[in-house]
Ligand binder design. Sequence first.
Ligand code: HEM
Length: 150
Amino acid sequence: MATTIDSPRAPHTVRRNRGVNWEKWGWIYMRASGVVLLILIFGHLFVNLLVGDGISAIDFAFIGGKWSDPFWQVWDTLMLWLALIHGGNGMRTIVNDYATRPLTRKILLAGILVAVVAEIVLGTLVIYTFDPCPVGSPADLLPSFCPVNQ
Ligand code: HEM
């Protein structure tokens, strides 16, 4: 009797051919965000740790100075959003691979979603509401452009 072997490219599971294939887009997102994150993360590490006085220059004034520049606000926002969605989607994949009990899986996936949303919201708020010149702070801790240093 002849045996038919499936084409190696045939899908492992049968899925309905309707609607958006979220798993495929999630897979593509991991690769695309990985490439962009390489630039964002290594650019961030280079500027913060190697340029000028390097790591010893990092203090409140350094961060205050960076977040007063729209370029670094956008850079850090992209890094925050891309890395958290990338990390959250990666953790979702691991949970789906290893959590066999449906309730355990649901709880873990909900925990990941809550953590990702909370950190994106709080992180974005910090970047855009950060005050580099808080009133009443010692002048030597603040960036040079603060009124107290003029
Ligand atoms: C340097 C930048 C990064 C690159 C190039 C990168 C690349 C990748 C790629 C291609 C995958 C998919 C692997 C697969 O499907 O087999 C992946 C998975 C993953 N990434 Fe990243 N990533 C980067 C940064 C990050 C960061 C910052 C986080 C955490 C916030 C993270 C967390 C994860 C997790 C949890 C997975 C899932 C691992 C798994 O499925 O076993 N990655 N990464």
